[in-house]
Design a binder for this molecule. Structure first.
Ligand code: IPM
Ligand code: MG
Length: 354
């Protein structure tokens, strides 16, 4: 019997608890088949807790999480809590506090899943976005002057550090090498060096320097606006993309929709030396809460990423294969309410397919 992995499960808001429950179901099923043992601790952190107690998580929340091997997160966002509060207090404070400096978002079209790009297939839509996850406009640096007056000034600063971009770029080169794409190993830096001539100059120079250590990887560059165009027109162009936090946020929603939408897209907040957190990319979809109609594939996809990060490559692949079997041969659609099955039935189908 292998060692016990301690997993924190933060179901979160809206449909988050429902989809993460299906993820947990699949994790336990694959654990049984692969002889892996998981000890799951559900944590009731999120909007409801915030409304009751004034805090989305306990004061020692970060310390609690440091004791786990990984975190599975459902969703953040509550209709009765003003936008920005839970995002900052729960999601971003965890990403920053646990130094999860990589936001890893694979973009892969599963069999049977409809893409809005009608002439593209599973071989064309298969790339990974490595998004820097701790800097940029997300730092919250800046402030107001003369707030609420006609003279109001607002500043919001993008902060980039050499250490921050280098560790992200290095991770991306390593991943590109490991992925070993038969079409050729290519890492595309996505930035805006023609306008952001300070911050993205740092990224550009660092990228060029680190690239010298990876002569087997093609070091490529796209401006972010052009990248948005190519993702839609020629997604097969991409192997791995590395980018800044803000641009990464935007291009991963665009990428998410071409892989079939928020019902399938998952992401990992990764600290390669610490505790990582995995989440379906869609939000809390409050209007579907409790209806059993939300798609759990994204949360199950997040479980596959978690297994991979824990070094359980075989179990991760097993979950991935089961997902592809279910999308390819069972589900009618990836849209909530149109799957042909309930949320929990989709989870059962994936367990059977394991
Ligand atoms: C994401 C989300 C978050 C982000 C929000 C909810 C703060 O859009 O994970 O992509 O901007 O990073
Ligand atoms: Mg986003």
């Amino acid at each position: 019997m292998s060692k016990t992995r301690k997993i924190a499960v933060i179901g979160g808001d809206g449909t988050g608890p429902e989809v993460s429950a299906e993820g947990v179901k699949v994790l336990q099923a694959v654990g049984k088949l692969e002889g892996l043992h998981f000890e799951l601790s559900p944590l009731d952190w999120g909007g409801d807790r915030y409304l009751k107690t004034g805090a989305a998580l306990p004061e020692d929340g970060l310390d609690q999480l440091r004791k786990f091997d990984a975190i599975l997160l459902g969703a953040v966002g509550h209709p009765e809590v003003a936008p920005g509060i839970l995002e900052r207090k729960l999601l971003l404070d965890l990403r920053f506090g646990l130094d999860q400096y990589i936001n890893l978002r694979p973009v892969k079209l599963f069999p049977g899943v409809e893409t809005p790009l009608k002439d593209k297939g599973c071989d064309d839509i298969d790339f990974i976005v490595v998004r820097e996850n701790t800097e940029d406009l997300y730092c919250g640096a800046g402030g107001f002057m003369h707030k609420g007056t006609p003279y109001e000034v607002a500043t919001q600063m993008a902060i980039y550090t050499r250490r921050g971009c280098e560790r992200c770029i290095r991770y991306a080169f390593e991943l590109t090498r490991k992925r070993n794409n038969p079409k050729g190993k290519k890492l595309t830096l996505v930035a805006k060096t023609n306008v952001l001539t300070v911050g993205h100059d740092l990224w550009w120079r660092t990228f060029q320097e680190v690239a010298k250590e990876y002569p087997d990887v093609q070091a490529d560059y796209n401006h972010v606006d052009a990248c948005c165009m190519w993702i839609v027109k020629n997604p097969e162009y991409y192997d791995v993309i590395v980018t800044t936090n803000m641009f990464g946020d935007i291009i991963t929603d665009l990428s998410g929709i071409i892989q079939g939408g928020m019902g399938v897209a998952a992401g990992g907040n990764i600290n390669p030396e610490g505790v990582s957190m995995f989440e379906p990319m869609g939000g809390s979809a409050p209007k579907y809460t409790g209806t059993g109609t939300i798609n759990p594939i994204a949360a199950i996809n997040a479980v596959s990423m978690m297994l991979d990060q824990l070094g359980e490559v075989k179990a991760a692949q097993r979950v991935m294969n089961a997902i592809m079997h279910v999308t390819g041969t069972k589900m009618k659609s990836q849209a909530a309410g149109k799957m042909g099955y309930t949320t929990s039935q989709v989870g059962d189908l994936v367990c059977e397919a394991l």
